[in-house]
Design a protein around this ligand. Structure first.
Ligand code: ZN
Length: 149
């Protein structure tokens, strides 16, 4: 199995059986996100403690396998992490997927690297970044729905 097939398998698995799916019973941040290009819709729920640690995170939504897998992998990667780490991970992810300049302290993407293949499919990039836009809106306390447009 080559790397591409392995990546494909992880995306299909997370797309079919998303982790951390459903509304949190206890949360203090949330935001809606929408990717009009594909029709993907997400809602991200985050519980942040007084030390700025993401103690719990989940999402709900409908959309393509990439948008669901991206949100699923994001929630797995961020549970128990500090907000500052989440923002750095978001920037590092964007820099690879959107081929932007990497942040000064780019971090290892770990499992999220499976999604970086979308950079070869420009119409799918927003499917992969929607979860991160939505997370950003939730952490910023924005009442405006996040949109990839
Ligand atoms: Zn999509």
């Amino acid at each position: 199995m080559d790397l591409r097939e392995l990546y494909q398998e992880v995306i299909v698995d997370h797309g079919r059986r998303p982790r951390n799916f459903g509304k949190l019973s206890d949360f203090n941040r949330s935001a809606d996100g929408f990717n009009p290009l594909c029709g993907d819709k997400l809602k991200v729920y985050v519980n942040v403690d007084a030390e700025d640690v993401i103690t719990d995170i989940s999402f709900e939504g409908v959309g393509c396998a990439i948008s669901q897998a991206s949100a699923s992998l994001m929630t797995e990667a961020l549970k128990g992490k500090k907000i500052a780490h989440a923002e750095l991970l978001a920037q590092s992810f964007r820099s690879v997927v959107m081929e932007e300049a990497a942040p000064p302290q780019a971090v290892d993407l770990g499992k999220l690297a499976v999604l970086t293949g979308v950079k070869d499919y420009p119409s799918r990039i927003k499917c992969a970044t929607l979860a991160w836009h939505t997370l950003h809106a939730a952490l910023a306390g924005s009442n405006q729905p996040a949109s990839t447009e």
